[in-house]
Design a binder for this molecule. Structure first.
Ligand code: PGA
Ligand code: ZN
Length: 430
């Protein structure tokens, strides 16, 4: 089915910042819309998110130039193309942009179109979105699907919740749940019990950007104690049924080659000292995954963490890899991580994101499909995670509609699939 036209316009994301929505309209008038998320603790090697910089609109964060790039430059070139030719569509936009980091058209402009075409392609083929995604990944698509284990960010800190912990994300992973429906229930029950515990301490139960609580904890370890208490209060066995995943987003803690943990009153930590801290916590708590435990350029630190944890813990690169196959390749050579966080807006096209997933998996690395801290009301990650069969998804907490929309979509997919859905197993379970 051919593309008739593509239209973009400016809307708001979950933080009230402007973002793009692109609508791909096909010749039979079927259409599909996609919105672009946005990060706060962004990696310096991410593709460029084009903002207008006009201080008189949205504090400089408007995206009207990116909108114009879609409407004036991209749309005429893609009109008449087969919408299911995703690779060619993405390549044409890459060629039109011609820069290494998509700074001419803007990665936000390009991605909005890339996802809108992907969704329209699914509609044109009369396939559920996840099923269509799987046809792009697998040479021989099956009718069985792997439901991803969610990482649920129940306590927010860092750049997503000022005043809370220095570390950005304290997540629970229902690694023992038999289904998404059960995983979501377990997660929501633990989340609500955590809220009660925080309330009993006399702290506010306000939430951060990703819907997790953001209490004024006394140390960076205290969230772990609170989460353990919440798991027990909710009646789940820590480590067996539910594990813990961390995203310290350590690039944000890194200055002058050392790490600073304000909440703990500790300054100038070396990467060895950071790894010592993680090891002590791994012994004490059921931590199975650490993302960006070191800063984005600290390859030695990442390698040290890999060696010390000896393959028992999932070591995830987010800012480190920025969903970029070239950086993942360096990570493979350096033995820096055994897992890749996949955020499509870090790289800017569906085709490149799929290429990164393929490379990672060929080298035995796990992949996690991830949202951003600034999200939209149109779910994407749920279908993308099911369609790519990666087995893990990171979509925030069990509150705020833009996060819950993804959990709800996962539950819809699982119910629709019935016994064709199978829960993923977690390689790093204890
Ligand atoms: P971001 O945070 O979207 O603000 O970059 C998410 C993460 O670091 O995983
Ligand atoms: Zn991260």
């Amino acid at each position: 089915m051919k593309i008739k036209t593509i239209r973009a316009h400016e809307l708001l994301d979950s933080r009230g910042n402007p973002t793009l929505e692109a609508v791909a309209i096909l010749e039979n008038d079927i259409s599909a819309a996609a919105m672009v998320p946005s990060g706060a603790s962004t990696g310096q090697h991410e593709a460029l998110e084009l903002r207008d910089g006009d201080p008189n609109r949205y504090l400089g964060r408007g995206v009207l130039r990116a909108v114009e790039h879609v409407n004036v430059e991209i749309a005429p070139v893609l009109a008449g193309m087969d919408v299911t030719d995703q690779r060619e569509i993405d390549q044409i936009m890459l060629d039109l942009d011609g820069t290494p980091n998509k700074s001419k058209l803007g990665a936000n402009a390009i991605l909005a179109v890339s996802i809108a075409c992907l969704k329209a392609g699914a509609a044109a083929n009369h396939l559920p979105f996840y099923a269509y995604v799987s046809t792009l990944c697998d040479p021989e698509p099956t009718d069985k699907f792997t439901m991803p284990i969610p990482m649920m960010n129940v306590l927010n800190g860092g750049k997503h919740a000022k005043g809370s912990a220095d570390f950005q994300e304290y997540m629970i992973m229902p690694t023992g749940a038999p289904s998404i429906v059960e995983a979501v229930r377990w997660g929501a029950e633990i989340f609500h019990n955590l809220g009660k515990i925080i309330q009993e301490k006399g702290w506010p139960t306000t939430v951060g950007d990703e819907g997790g609580y953001a209490p004024p904890v006394r140390s960076n370890e205290q969230p772990l104690e609170l989460i353990m208490a919440a798991m027990e209060k909710a009646g789940y066995r820590p480590g067996e049924q539910v594990s813990i995943a961390l995203d310290p987003a350590a690039t944000e803690l890194h200055m002058n080659d050392t790490y600073h943990l304000e909440k703990d009153g500790r300054k100038d930590l070396t990467y060895e000292e950071m790894v010592d801290l993680y090891e002590a916590w791994i012994r004490k708590y059921p931590i199975v995954s650490i993302e960006d435990g070191l800063a984005e350029e600290d390859w030695d630190g990442f390698n040290h963490l890999m060696e010390e944890t000896e393959g028992h813990v999932q070591i995830v690169g987010d800012d480190l890899f920025v969903t970029n196959a070239q950086r993942v390749q360096i990570g493979i050579w350096e033995n820096a991580a055994n897992s890749v966080l996949i955020k499509v807006n870090q790289i800017g096209t569906i085709t490149e994101a799929l290429k990164t997933i393929k490379l990672a998996r060929e080298h035995g690395m796990t992949c996690i499909i991830s949202h951003r801290s600034g999200e939209t009301e149109l779910p994407f990650e749920a279908d993308f995670a099911v369609g790519t069969h990666v087995g893990q998804i990171k979509i925030g907490s069990l509150s705020r509609s833009e996060r819950v929309a993804e959990y709800n979509q996962l539950m819809r997919i699982e119910r629709e699939l019935g016994d064709r859905a199978q829960m993923a197993t977690f390689r790093f379970a204890r």
